[in-house]
Design a protein around this ligand. Structure first.
Ligand code: SF4
Length: 188
């Protein structure tokens, strides 16, 4: 077992280096002195917003060779000021997860198998179901004969990760379609 000279004891180094509160190099190990941050090798930084919740913390996305290598809080963000919660700080794991699903999968009723769909086909299927539910739930009048011209067949429930623009467009779309049941997770 190697012996460490008393001159290298942390408290001695603190006093010797004038680092009374042990916040400087006096408490740095040899190993940590040779380490460098993950962002050092990035060739560019892209500004983004955390996708997880409505706080919308600003993020700096570090990219090397067109691959995201690290995501950190953006000090320029006026409200999060460089901070991320643990979930937001782990966003890089969402981007680079090896088991991340990147294709559209569909399991038909009573089927036990998933099938891959291209985006156009999936959007057509969503639109068909939307229109059918709208039609099936349509009401020209209420039970007292008053005109309402609305559908009770569709409803919107927004997630808190959605931004203002998305919520605006969804409200426009659903109201134009006659839906009156529109809510957001942030209000529940
Ligand atoms: S970092 Fe945390 S608090 Fe900020 S937006 Fe992401 S999930 Fe929300």
């Amino acid at each position: 077992m190697s012996r460490i000279s008393p001159l290298n004891w942390p408290v001695v180094r603190q006093l010797r280096d004038g680092d009374a509160f042990a916040r400087g190099r006096s408490t740095e190990s040899r190993k940590s002195a040779t380490m460098q941050g993950r962002i050092v090798e990035a060739d560019r930084v892209v500004k983004s917003v955390c996708p997880y919740c409505a706080v919308g913390c600003g993020q700096n996305v570090y990219v090397k060779d067109d691959r995201v290598i690290q995501i950190e809080g953006d000090p320029d963000s006026p409200h999060s000021r460089g901070r991320l919660c643990p979930k937001g700080a782990a966003s890089e794991q969402l981007v680079n997860a090896t088991n991340r699903v990147t294709e559209i999968l569909y399991r038909a009723p009573r089927s036990t198998e998933w099938q891959r769909l291209d985006r156009d086909r999936a959007l057509d299927m969503v639109a068909d179901r939307f229109m059918e539910a709208r039609r099936n739930g349509w009401q020209d009048t209420d039970d007292q004969g008053r005109p309402v011209r609305r559908t009770m067949g569709i409803a919107g429930l927004g997630g808190a990760a959605m931004d203002n623009e998305e919520n605006y467009l969804i409200k426009k779309l659903f109201t134009a379609a006659g839906a009156i049941q529109l809510e957001n997770q942030a209000r529940i």
